[in-house]
Ligand binder design. Structure first.
Ligand code: GLU
Length: 610
């Protein structure tokens, strides 16, 4: 789930590897390491807990050099963050391995390998790969063959790169559930979990497909598919430019972060879905044992994260067959509430330091919840340290105060939680597979939806002179309407309210007139007919409507209504997709209003005070 870089070249590759790791730093990690094969045929290794800079300092003091090497930034899933658990892992000083993802059957493999006499030096799941390859090399005639036999024995998700001291100038890489890309240079080749790591050395890339194993030498790259057939993967010229620390081509961080969503979602999903299922250990080591017992979920969050929780309630009750309550942290912590049996407490916070949420977690611990899980974007934050389980989002640093990519990544995490809990509560294998499939399609759907950018920029002009706005949604789109209203309030200072559309006639209809724009989110779901009626209620009162509707939802633009067609998507991921046009709308309205988009007045990014 974190970073992999590898190189095989005539020149010394140590700087290429460390620079590559540095370019992947924005993903978050807890330790870093490198292994390099020197000219004498020895594997040298350096590992450090903390930043890549510390690894770089270690290498300045004790340099490693050679033409073949692998490097890794780790986000621990099995075994604490420590030097002995950092990658690369070795077997008998012959084999070095880096790995992203989770090997689910590591316990069985470990005891089998111990039975064969292998001694383990770490607590990671990864180390089984090193020893297994070493063991298979006793009968296989090449490193490639040994890795091919090894991966057949692995369950779970991996992107892995292997080096053998005895077969220099080659890397063998394998991908299943965690991405790997091969970079083509002149007389040298590279591998990485993300092309961004390799942009200083090449722009020509081939992306491995699921099940691929490849042998990479200085002169050749030979790729084999899951059945062992030699295959070609297209080599493409990359036009990506990247600098995680600045705004790049964008005027504001918020816009940059809106457009980073496909990448952020992809990173978050990588290595956590396999064989039509959500991997339980995405929620932490031993998560399966706790998740299998959950019968009720209590979600605690604030602000945008609270809206993510509200959406999850619809998902968990409908698909995972468990009951779910959602509450604002500042309310929960000061009132008396009751704990249902087998209840999982879920906190959601981008920073992991939100004071009210943290206080609520501490209180809940005394109340006797079965277990706690946090969904969080910052490794090592207080919520992560103090919860029994943690789902680490991979949204990357979010700088804009108004949350965008963190929200959609939270939703993806909660969709995965629904799949994981559902699997123990009667969710059919088909439904699980469908959920996984729609999550896998999510990054490209998001990309497609962000193409609405220019239409929404034009639409924003209608809001230039408005003081108020009403957002409407039904079902799992109701929290999305709430999030849309919050975004507009936060950055354009327009007063905005969200209502479940069925509530209109119980009060807010009184507000409707030509000065009150009404924004409606309307995917094509079973509530569509009801929503059509609500829209008519507004129309009859002379309201002006902006309807974000599925291309098939049969809304048509006229004098009182502007329809913005949204690409068709699977119902499950619709809340994530419909968030996007609302983010863009609030951004462009704020631009017109001339507010400070990235740092709106009176607000802070990480709310560490009560
Ligand atoms: N599961 C492996 C570990 O805990 C790999 C983690 C990662 O993807 O960084 O070491």
């Amino acid at each position: 789930m974190c970073g992999i870089v590898g190189a095989v070249a005539q020149r010394d590759v140590s700087e290429i590897l460390v620079e590559g790791l540095q370019r992947l730093e924005y993903r978050g990690y807890d330790s870093a390491g490198v292994a390099i094969l020197d000219e004498q045929g020895n594997l040298g290794r350096a590992r450090r807990v903390g930043k890549v800079k510390q690894l770089r300092n270690a290498l300045t003091e004790q340099p490693l050099s050679g033409g073949t090497g692998i490097a890794h930034t780790r986000w621990a899933t099995h075994g604490e963050p420590s030097e002995r658990n950092a990658h690369p892992h070795l077997s008998c000083d012959d084999i070095a391995v880096v790995h992203n993802g989770i090997i689910e059957n590591h316990v069985e493999l470990r005891s089998m390998l111990q039975g064969l006499g292998y001694v383990f030096a770490s607590d990671t799941d990864t180390e089984v790969i090193a020893h297994l390859v070493h063991h298979e090399l006793k009968s296989a005639d090449s490193l490639l063959a040994a890795v091919q036999v090894t991966v057949k024995q692995l369950h779970g998700a991996y992107g892995t790169v292997v080096v053998d001291r005895r077969q220099p100038e080659r890397l063998v890489v394998a991908r299943s559930g965690s991405p790997l890309v091969i970079g083509y240079g002149v007389g040298e080749h590279f591998v990485a979990s993300d092309q961004l790591a390799l942009l200083p050395v090449t722009r020509r890339f081939a992306f491995l497909e699921e099940g691929d194993v490849a042998e990479v030498t200085r002169r050749e790259v030979n790729i084999f598919d899951i059945d062992g057939n030699a295959v070609e993967r297209d080599i493409t010229e990359s036009n990506v430019s990247h600098d995680a620390g600045d705004k790049g081509q964008y005027r504001h961080y918020m816009m940059k972060e809106i457009h980073e969503q496909p990448m952020a979602l992809q990173r978050t999903l990588d290595g956590r879905l396999a064989n039509g299922k959500v991997i339980d250990e995405a929620f932490g080591e031993n998560a399966a044992q706790l998740l299998s017992k959950v019968k009720h979920v209590q979600i605690i969050a604030c602000g945008t994260s609270y809206h993510a929780g509200m959406t999850a309630r619809y998902w968990l009750e409908q698909h995972a067959n468990v009951s779910c309550n959602v509450e604002i942290a500042s309310e929960f912590r000061y009132r008396r509430s009751h704990v249902f049996p087998d209840s999982l407490l879920v906190t959601i916070s981008q920073s992991g330091e939100t004071a009210d949420t943290l206080a609520a977690l501490r209180l809940a611990k005394e109340m006797g919840y079965m277990a706690s899980l946090t969904i969080c974007n910052v490794p090592g934050s207080s919520l992560v340290r103090e919860s029994d389980m943690a789902y680490m989002m991979k949204a990357g640093a979010e700088i804009g105060v108004a949350s965008t990519k963190a929200f959609t990544v939270q939703l993806a995490a909660l969709a995965m939680l629904t799949g994981a809990i559902g699997a123990y509560n009667g969710m059919s294998a088909d439904t699980q597979a469908q959920l996984v499939q729609s999550l896998q399609a999510l990054p490209s759907k998001v990309e497609q939806t962000l193409a609405l950018n220019d239409d929404i920029e034009a639409l924003a002009e209608d809001f230039a002179d408005k003081q108020h706005a009403l957002f409407l949604g039904r079902g799992d789109q109701y929290p999305i309407a709430m999030e849309g209203a919050l975004k507009l309030k936060e950055i354009s200072y327009i007063h905005a309210e969200a209502y479940a559309s069925g509530e209109l006639k119980h009060g807010p209809l009184a507000l409707i007139d030509a000065d009150m724009p009404v924004i409606v989110v309307a995917p094509n779901n079973e509530l569509l007919e009801k929503l059509h009626s609500n829209v008519e209620e507004v129309r009859a009162r002379g309201g002006l409507m902006y309807v974000f509707a599925d291309v098939d939802a049969k809304f048509e633009s006229d004098d009182t209504m502007k329809v913005i067609p949204v690409p068709h998507c699977d119902e499950f991921i619709a809340p994530i997709i419909y968030t996007l046009p609302l983010q863009l709308l609030s951004y462009y309205v704020a631009l017109i209003k001339g507010t400070d988009v990235d740092q709106p007045r009176n607000l802070a990014k990480s709310v560490t005070v009560e």
